[in-house]
Unconditional design. Structure first.
Lengths: 203, 392
């Protein structure tokens, strides 16, 4: 199973049964489908690509076409138990605003993102002096939707800035395995290829 | 007898003796109309397909558009053409008549069997003409609700329709939220825009400017405002297509000739096409009816009725699938987005699909794979949620 799928399985486990969920950037609806099957949730989706939306609706999912940067303001406060942003944060134009909106409309936010501090990326940059291209991040620097990369430590710092509480965090290495639970942030920052955070509003 | 006269006879017959099921509502069941009048007695003509299940939980109400009628999936009794939504409704189709009980009624103000300006007014023994109170979308929906009551159905599994039909879907969801399990407004809007009203006004003026209109009492004189109604249809038909598709289909091609005639005959193929649209329309539709149904669309404004669009759907538990088309400039995607916005604000379960097509507003009637797939997916998921037997 590729790493991207592993983060979805992990996210699904973090969601309570029967919860109201919004998946922002839901793609072809894979997570929504997984949640509906395993967690019996009331799930909705937002997806930028019309093709993705049409495919989701054809599968019977509740998905609307929308942009995470501009359309989250449509939703009322506390509309959801969980708002999920999986592997999409780095593609948003205003990541901070997106996170703030997510925490307004959801009691909890679940965010998964690729860690730009992973050793393989540091290695490529340090030795080749080239923007890293990995299996997980396969675009070239001039042709990528990923415009706002961050490291795990960057993300933690952002949560402090927006007064969000980290309820839970998991870093996954390149084999999809969790990095040492009680290891310090810098270890996660080096060995985590991606991370999943569960955030709550307020400290 | 000419084929036009034959069609004319068929058309007139449908008004008061339609080839449809008919529900009569007597003095004890008046329809309270927005015009401030009670309509009684009145009649609704409707078609049904499929079987109603024992729990009465599989009923789908189809709302037809401006010049549509109840003959969704059967041969039209006047034109002999296929039903207007056979692509969507039928055995194994997205709205599957093997699984659902499908109902479609002629709207109030129509001319295919439901009480309209061409119907006989029982009080006078003469056609209503313009004595019939002006009809609103809400009146149409109230009448439909009375029919659904008559059929013994509490909650409709789905209410679906395009264009004016989509307006009725939104009105159903706002007026009877508990009675609508799922709703599909297609190529619709929560209100008629200024430009839309303008186009309808042009159409009405064309009808009323025809000397044979006779202030709406043409039937007293044995004439009909055919030319005016045909022109109205020609103008309207342009709004149902897209610039791109028209240019692609017709371009500047000449009709059966190599050079222009330097006259005002139908030189161009597009002219010939529109004239044909107009002349075939008047064979099956009543001129006064056209005034009434266009007026109903003009008066429609859900936000006005409820204070805001979000209020119209506040707290609804109905599931929605909103569909729009990229080249539809009559009911553009922005109108559907406004509805989706309002539904999101109310926390409703909503899907929103914009279909990429160049076929304009008419696309909702045509073979559009994304529309059919979305409908299938939406209804299947709703059927599972409703516990309908045979749900896949």
């Amino acid at each position: 199973m590729s790493v991207a799928r592993v983060d979805l399985v992990l996210i699904a486990q973090m969601v309570e049964r029967g919860a109201r969920v919004l998946d922002v950037g839901c793609g072809d609806g894979e997570l929504l489908h997984l949640l509906a099957e395993t967690r019996d949730v009331d799930a909705r989706g937002v997806e930028l690509s019309q093709r993705g939306v049409n495919d989701c609706v054809a599968k019977g999912l509740f998905v609307v076409q929308g942009d995470a940067d501009t359309d989250l303001s449509d939703y009322p406060d506390d509309a959801f138990d969980y708002v999920i942003l999986s592997q999409t944060l780095q593609a948003t134009r205003q990541p901070r605003r997106v996170l703030e909106q997510m925490l307004r409309i959801g009691r909890r936010a679940i965010v998964s993102f690729p860690n730009f501090g992973h050793w393989r990326i540091r290695w490529q940059l340090a030795t080749k002096g080239r923007m890293p291209v990995t299996e997980n991040l396969s675009y070239s620097w001039y042709d990528t939707p990923n415009i706002h990369f961050c490291t795990i430590r960057d993300f933690v710092a952002l949560t402090e800035e927006i007064d969000a509480r980290i309820e839970r965090a998991v870093a996954l290495d390149s084999a999809g395995q969790p990095v040492g639970v009680s290891a310090p942030w810098w270890v996660w920052n080096v060995f985590g290829e991606q991370a999943v955070f569960v955030l709550e509003r307020g400290r | 007898m000419s084929s036009f006269a034959a069609a004319s006879d068929l058309r007139l017959r449908e008004v008061d003796a339609p080839q449809s099921e008919v529900a009569h509502f007597g003095a004890d069941q008046p329809l309270h109309m927005d015009a401030g009048v009670d309509l009684s007695p009145f009649t609704i003509a409707y078609q049904t397909y499929g079987q109603l299940n024992e729990a009465k939980s599989n009923a789908v109400l189809i709302c037809h558009a401006l010049t549509g009628d109840q003959h969704v999936a059967n041969v039209h009794p006047v034109t002999g053409k296929a039903g207007w939504w056979e692509i969507m409704v039928g055995p194994g189709k997205p709205i599957d008549t093997d699984r659902y009980f499908v109902i479609c009624s002629n709207v109030l103000g129509g001319c295919m069997g439901t009480t309209g300006p061409a119907s006989i007014n029982p009080a006078t023994g003469e056609p209503w003409g313009l004595d019939l109170p002006v009809v609103t979308i809400r009146d149409m929906v109230r009448a439909q609700a009375m029919l659904i009551d008559r059929l013994g159905i509490d909650q409709l599994f789905c209410v679906a329709g395009g264009s004016m039909g989509g307006m009725q879907v939104l009105q159903w969801a706002a007026l009877y939220p508990e009675r609508v399990f799922s709703a599909m407004p297609i190529a619709a809007a929560a209100r008629h825009s200024s430009q839309n009203i303008a186009f309808h006004e042009v159409g009405r003026q064309a009808v009323m400017a025809d000397p044979e209109w006779r202030a709406g009492r043409y039937f007293d004189h044995g004439v009909r405002p055919l030319k005016g109604l045909a022109v109205a249809r020609m103008a309207a038909h342009i709004t149902y297509l897209s610039d791109e598709a028209l240019q692609r289909k017709f371009g500047r091609k000449l009709q059966n000739r190599a050079t222009p005639t330097f006259s005002f005959d139908a030189d161009f193929q597009i002219e010939s096409y529109l004239r044909h649209q107009g002349s075939s329309f008047v064979e099956r539709f009543d001129a006064n009816s056209y005034l009434y149904v266009t007026r109903a669309m003009d008066y429609f404004d859900l936000a006005e009725d409820y204070g805001s669009l979000a209020n119209a759907f506040k707290g609804t538990r109905t599931r929605f699938c909103v569909v729009s088309f990229t080249s539809d400039w009559l009911f553009p995607t922005s109108e559907s987005r406004a509805v989706v916005h309002a539904l999101n604000a109310g926390g409703a379960a909503v899907s929103f699909v914009e279909v990429d097509t160049d076929k304009g507003h008419d696309a909702f009637l045509l073979d559009e794979p994304d529309l059919l797939a979305a409908t299938r997916g939406f209804l299947d998921s709703a059927a599972r949620a409703r516990g309908l037997m045979g749900a896949r």
